[in-house]
Design a protein around this ligand. Structure first.
Ligand code: CA
Ligand code: CA
Length: 373
C-alpha cells in the first residue's frame, strides 16, 4: 500500500507539474494558431495585392517606335482603369478633333522626363486633350508641354473638358488658341472639382479667357503661373458661372484683364505686371531663406522658387535674389481715406491709392467710426 500510495503520490506530483505544462503548451498552441492565421491572412493580402497589381499594366509610348505604342491615343485606347502610361521624350501629334481623347479612362498618363522634352502638339488643327466622358481626378495628365492646340469646337485649344474634372499636373500649356479658353476650357458641371496643379499657362490666345475659360465647370488651380496670355476679354482666367478656386497662383501680365467672374483667391498674385519684391518665403525680407527656396526648387517650374515668374527656377532667380538682397517687402500700410466733398465717405486704402482720390488720414486709421465728416 505504501508503495502504491507512493506511486499515486508520484503520479499526482507529476500531474501537478504536467497540468500547468500542458496549459502552457495549449496556450502556445493558441498563440501559434493565431500567429499562423495572421500569417495566412497576410499571405492572402499579399497574393491579392500581387493579383490586382498583375491587372494594372504599365504601357510605354515612344515616337520612334521602341515602345508598346508610337502614339499616345493608341495607348489610352488599350489601357484600362488603373493602368499607367509612360511617354518617352519626343513630339507627339494626332488626327481628328483631338490629339488625345482620354475616353473616361482612369489612368495615369505621364511623361518619363517632364514637360521640357515631352511635347504634344495640335499642329494648329485640333485641340490637344479632350476629357468629355465623366473623367474624374483619377484621370491624371502629368508632365507635358501642351502646345499649338486649336479647337475645332470654339473652346479649349490646349485642353477641352466637358462635364469632366481630370487632374492636370506639371504641364506647360503654351501657344494654344480657341474662341473661348485658349489654354483650357471647362464646360458643364461635374460632381467633383477638377485639379490643375503646378502648371504654366503662357502665350495662349482667345476672344474670351486667353488662358482659361470656365462655364459651369469647377476646379482648383493650385501653384500655377498664368502670364502673357491674350484675349479681347480677359487674357487670364474668365469664369462665367462656376466655382474656381485659385491657390498660391500668379495671374499677371495678361492682356485685357487678369480675372473675371466668380473666383476664390487664396494667397495669389493677381496683377497687371509680374513683379516680385524678391521675398518668396513670406518673411517680408529678401535674405538667405529666399535663396534656400530657389536652391530647393532648382530647375523646376515650382512657383514657390520662381521669383522672376517666367516658369522656370534657374540662375535668373538666383541673380534676382542677390540683387534684391535685404529688400523690405512688408505689405504697404493702409489707413482711412476720405473721398468726396459734401458727404465724404470712408474707405481703407494705401496712401498711394488714396492720394489720387481723397484725403489720407494716416497709417493704421480706420473707418469705424468714420473720421470723415
Ligand atoms: Ca524672405
Ligand atoms: Ca524664374
Amino acid at each position: 500500500m505504501v508503495a502504491r500510495l507512493r506511486v499515486i503520490k508520484r503520479f499526482r506530483w507529476r500531474d501537478q507539474l504536467l497540468i500547468p505544462f500542458i496549459r502552457v503548451i495549449s496556450l502556445h498552441s493558441y498563440y501559434l494558431l493565431g500567429t499562423m492565421c495572421m500569417y495566412m491572412f497576410h499571405l492572402l493580402l499579399i497574393s491579392m495585392f500581387i493579383t490586382s497589381a498583375a491587372f494594372a499594366t504599365t504601357w510605354t509610348v515612344d515616337d520612334d517606335g521602341k515602345a508598346d505604342f508610337s502614339n499616345i491615343q493608341a495607348a489610352v485606347d488599350a489601357a484600362i482603369d488603373g493602368d499607367e502610361i509612360v511617354v518617352m521624350p519626343g513630339t507627339y501629334i494626332g488626327i481628328g478633333n483631338y490629339v488625345v481623347n482620354m475616353n473616361g479612362k482612369e489612368v495615369l498618363l505621364r511623361s518619363k522626363e517632364g514637360p521640357q522634352t515631352t511635347i504634344i502638339s495640335g499642329q494648329n488643327q485640333r485641340s490637344v486633350f479632350y476629357c468629355g466622358n465623366n473623367e474624374t481626378t483619377s484621370t491624371i495628365i502629368s508632365g507635358f508641354t501642351i502646345t499649338q492646340g486649336q479647337s475645332t469646337q470654339s473652346q479649349g485649344g490646349g485642353i477641352l473638358c466637358i462635364v469632366s474634372s481630370p487632374r492636370v499636373e506639371n504641364c506647360r500649356i503654351v501657344n494654344n488658341f480657341a474662341f473661348q479658353g485658349g489654354g483650357l476650357a471647362s464646360l458643364g458641371s461635374s460632381p467633383e472639382m477638377g485639379e490643375i496643379i503646378d502648371c504654366v499657362f503662357k502665350n495662349n490666345e482667345a476672344y474670351f479667357g486667353g488662358a482659361i475659360f470656365c462655364d459651369m465647370g469647377n476646379f482648383w488651380v493650385t501653384d500655377c503661373l498664368v502670364r502673357d496670355n491674350v484675349a479681347n476679354n480677359i487674357g487670364g482666367i474668365y469664369v462665367y458661372c462656376c466655382s474656381v478656386v485659385l491657390q498660391n497662383t500668379a495671374v499677371c501680365s495678361n492682356a485685357n484683364g487678369q480675372t473675371y467672374g466668380t473666383l476664390e483667391n487664396d494667397d495669389c498674385l493677381i496683377s497687371e505686371t509680374c513683379e516680385s519684391c524678391g521675398d518668396i518665403n513670406g518673411d517680408n525680407v529678401v535674405n538667405v531663406g529666399d535663396l534656400l527656396v530657389v536652391i530647393k526648387t532648382w530647375n523646376t517650374s515650382d512657383i514657390d522658387g520662381d521669383v522672376t515668374l517666367d516658369g522656370i527656377v534657374d540662375v535668373e532667380d538666383l541673380l534676382f535674389i542677390v540683387s534684391a538682397w535685404g529688400n523690405d517687402c512688408s505689405p504697404p500700410q493702409t489707413g482711412a481715406c476720405c473721398i468726396g466733398f459734401e458727404e465724404p465717405w470712408c474707405e481703407v486704402l494705401t496712401e498711394v491709392e488714396c492720394n489720387s482720390m481723397g484725403w489720407y488720414m494716416g497709417d493704421g486709421t480706420n473707418c469705424n467710426p468714420s473720421p470723415c465728416f
